[in-house]
Design a protein around this ligand. Structure first.
Ligand SMILES: [Zn+2]
Length: 380
């Protein structure tokens, strides 16, 4: 059943606030008048919302324009205050977990990294994370006063409203109430988001997706992760299982996949699958590819070609404005060039501008949860 949501004053207020902050984020300092024109609100409404934002310290007035306004008044620009608040990002990945303190724009203050432990009780591992958070808060004590939230990114199925990891593939088999655990120890807002969705939000907020309504983000390494943003919102689908690009069935009676089906894309092009062609470290895929010859090269090319075909097919359904590639397996230019060329060979509407490589690669380990909190809570 489709959710029918009525608009009350509170939802209208939230959506107007979001529109203003997102516009400032995407376009930089803007006058109230230009904001009103761009968003389609009356100048009086914009002034009222901006007064609240100024009072909260979320935005600031930044300088005066050269040109004179209509009534002879100079125009004042508004901009987001980067250090108005800080967020603790906890990004749990299969191999390692990164804990970082960042400002509203995702700039880092402090960062720690630990091995993700799937062989201990979830509470014990979360306790280790708590210890790291406390270390960071102590080390950056002046900025710690402005920490407003702990935002967690975790793989697999996440109940975002309840803050529960339902099935974190490869880490926890059972449900883990991350929000409940952290809320007992800290007095901050806690939010939990699927890690690929969180990274997609980072692309939307800070990366190649800025200013685009529809986006597809594809992460390669070790598996194949994908997220879709439709009309500026993550599309979750039934049971939060939309955009499972890695589980496109590409082979009849193929190898059994983690998901229980056979012949999924991931069983053909995942890091583990490609280890059968040649042994390499995930970040060295480009080097290994460049050195490969004969059958090995053909196998690698077939894998990239199969991946490209799946991406082109999914883009045929969704028609995103932009497709952003990310993840360790795309780290080397030789691999992403090959991928982009393969996509263009299947569909000439793919240009190098429409399918591009993430500019957030160096921030990949912590930026997602920051963006998830800013978009889901701070901007609304
Ligand atoms: Zn599968």
């Amino acid at each position: 059943m489709a959710k029918q949501t009525g608009s009350n004053m509170e939802t209208v207020r939230k959506s107007n606030r979001f529109a203003i902050l997102k516009y400032l984020n995407d376009n930089g300092p803007t006058s109230r008048k230009d904001l009103a024109a761009a968003i389609g609100l009356t100048p009086a409404a914009v002034t009222m919302i901006c007064n609240n934002l100024l009072e909260e310290g979320v935005v600031t007035e930044t300088g005066v324009s050269e040109s004179q306004g209509k009534a002879g008044r100079r125009q004042i620009y508004l901009d987001i205050v980067s250090d108005a608040a800080y967020i603790i990002s906890v990004n749990i990945e299969t191999e390692d977990t990164t804990i970082a303190m960042c400002d509203i724009r995702g700039d880092i203050v402090e960062c720690r990294s630990i091995i993700t432990k799937s062989n201990v009780k979830p509470e014990d591992f979360l306790e280790e994370i708590v210890g790291m958070i406390e270390e960071i808060l102590k080390s950056a004590s002046r900025k710690a006063k402005k920490v407003v939230a702990i935002s967690v990114g975790v793989p697999g199925i996440v109940d975002e409203d309840a803050g529960i990891a339902r099935n974190a593939y490869g880490i926890w088999e059972d449900e883990v109430d991350i929000q409940g655990f952290l809320a007992e120890r800290f007095d901050y807002e806690i939010c939990v988001t699927n890690n690929v969705s969180a990274f997609a939000m980072a692309e939307q907020l800070y990366g190649m997706g800025r200013g685009h309504e529809n986006l597809m983000i594809i992460k390669w390494g070790p598996g194949v992760g994908c997220a879709m943003i439709i009309d500026q919102h993550i599309y979750e689908g039934r049971h939060g299982k939309a955009a499972e690009l890695g589980h496109f069935i590409v082979e009849k009676n193929g190898i059994k996949c983690n998901c229980g089906r056979r012949g999924c894309l991931e069983t053909k092009i995942g890091y583990q699958a490609l280890q059968k062609v040649a042994k390499f470290d995930m970040g060295d895929f480009g080097k290994c590819y460049a050195k490969s010859t004969g059958h090995n090269r053909e196998d690698f090319d077939d894998a990239i070609d199969l991946f490209a075909r799946s991406v082109v097919n999914s883009a045929t359904i969704m028609a995103p404005n932009r497709i952003v590639l990310a993840g360790m397996m795309f780290e080397d230019e030789i691999i992403r060039d090959r991928m982009i060329k393969c996509c263009i060979s299947y569909d000439s509407h793919f240009s190098e501008n429409r399918i591009c490589y993430s500019q957030l690669a160096s921030k990949e380990k912590y930026i997602g949860p920051v963006a998830a909190y800013v978009l889901r809570f701070y901007f609304t």
